[in-house]
Design a protein around this ligand. Structure first.
Ligand code: AMP
Ligand code: MG
Length: 424
């Protein structure tokens, strides 16, 4: 289980920038350590616990990068056509049994082992075949071309994939190319999830006057699952100290992290503060951002246990809940899960409209980034940007990030965008 780091309390209650809040959270967290082995086929999205060292050279032999004719570059002539005698054919997966003498070449397929002494491959389309003879025009090919060297992809004994990598399809392929069947991964981080609010109704219940369906649990469940985390769904908890304490105790007993939404805004905060004060060192954070303040973060302790469970109490507004999740919880959860932090790529796109913005806070607007007819990337905000309007998030494919010091944006000005989906 995770260990407590320095208390984040010192950072609480002040008007932090987004960057300061993220840094304070990162400084407090300690990753989980328990590991287990899984077959490579089951390792997609898991966090690698130790470097995978290559037990072999990849490729294992010098081999051809092209279908063509392999020969020794010492036979290559610069001033006149090179004419070689065809001594045989090598297929992929087989070694050449015969000898290749001076002035000779062999037909070779992509990936086939280069016979000893040969170092160059002329592609089929650059050679002229005339019976037993292969003719190469001067300048068509340089010495050493189209030969892949043994170990050029990976040398034996060198790390092939580093600890902390969230394994992607290419990583699985790379590990398999080394002949390795199982990998050691960190166990999945367990996140207990609940929503708070007397007005929330669970799907299947009638929607009484003044009530709304609990949507945050569904958005956040999806966001957690996409990170490859284990989710414990604890449902909806009423705005009531006993109910909250009970839910938190159940969460702390089972999970590394508790993720909640709602109940941390000014009106609710008093009794929540009392409950949280008794259970750990949670701080209420006022971050200079829109949407999404305030939220609470800090360690909770199970009675009689040295183990720490980290609480992320997000605001209840559906957009604010998801935005604060992406801005503060996402990277923190990956860090706790043992993943090496990898900054999300921030791209620039031209704003298709003017956007009003006050310097001194970070704003996250919802947008759709698309290719404009002139080939440039352009971003358009998705409708009304209220913190409760989930459709703005659903229709978006990115967050438009208006940075702390930035002021209003004119039409056509570049803005930072954070894409929701990437090729991973
Ligand atoms: P709160 O942060 O609890 O003051 O909630 C702010 C707003 O978000 C209120 O209008 C709530 O009804 C709404 N809200 C809170 N939690 C949820 C939820 N789980 N699903 C949908 N709306 C919510
Ligand atoms: Mg509420």
């Amino acid at each position: 289980m995770s260990e407590p780091g320095p208390s984040p309390l010192a950072a609480g209650e002040t008007n932090l920038s987004v960057a300061q809040a993220r840094a304070a959270i990162a400084a407090a967290l300690r990753p989980i350590r328990e590991v287990h082995d899984v077959p490579v086929l089951d390792a997609l999205g898991r966090v690698l616990a130790a470097d995978v060292m290559s037990p072999i050279d990849v490729p294992a032999h010098d081999n051809s990068a092209m279908d063509g004719f392999a020969f020794a570059s010492s036979d290559l002539r610069a001033d006149a056509p090179t004419v070689l005698r065809l001594a045989g054919t090598i297929l992929a997966g087989a070694a050449f049994a015969g000898r290749v003498g001076a002035g000779e070449c062999v037909r070779i397929m992509t990936g086939a082992v280069m016979p000893a002494g040969l170092d160059t491959v002329v592609p089929l389309e650059l050679a002229r075949i005339d019976g037993e003879l292969v003719r190469i025009e001067p300048g068509a090919i340089a010495p050493g071309e189209n030969r892949r060297r043994r170990g050029e992809d990976l040398a034996r004994g060198k790390p092939a994939v580093h600890a902390g990598r969230v394994l992607k399809p290419a990583d699985l392929g790379l590990i398999a190319s080394l002949g390795i069947e199982r990998v050691t991964v960190l166990r999945r981080l367990r996140v207990a999830l609940f929503s708070t609010g007397n007005e929330l109704r669970t799907l299947g219940q009638p929607l009484d006057p003044g009530c709304v369906y609990d949507s945050n649990r569904y958005s956040l469940h999806g966001a957690l699952r996409r990170l490859g985390l284990e989710v414990l769904d604890l449902g909806v908890v009423r705005d009531d100290p006993q109910a909250l304490q009970g839910a938190l105790a159940a969460a702390v007993a089972q999970a590394d992290v508790v993720l909640t939404s709602g109940g941390v805004s000014a009106g609710d905060a008093d009794y929540i503060r009392d409950v949280l004060e008794r259970m750990g060192e949670v701080a209420f954070w006022k971050v200079a951002m829109r949407p999404g303040r305030p939220f609470a973060f800090g360690p909770l302790c199970a009675p009689g246990s040295a183990r720490t469970t980290w609480l992320f109490a997000l605001p209840g507004n559906p957009v604010a809940a998801l935005v604060t999740f992406y801005v503060f919880a996402r990277d923190a959860l990956l860090q706790l899960a043992g993943a090496r932090p990898e900054a999300l790529p921030v791209l620039q796109a031209q704003s298709a409209q003017a956007i009003r913005k006050r310097p001194g806070r970070t704003e996250f607007q919802r947008g759709r980034v698309e290719r404009a007819p002139d080939g440039r990337w352009q971003v358009q905000l998705t409708g009304t940007q209220g913190a409760g309007i989930l459709r703005s998030m659903s229709e978006a494919n990115c967050l438009v990030v208006l940075n702390h010091e930035q002021g209003s944006v004119a039409t056509g000005e570049p803005v930072d965008v954070l894409l929701f989906d990437g090729l991973t």
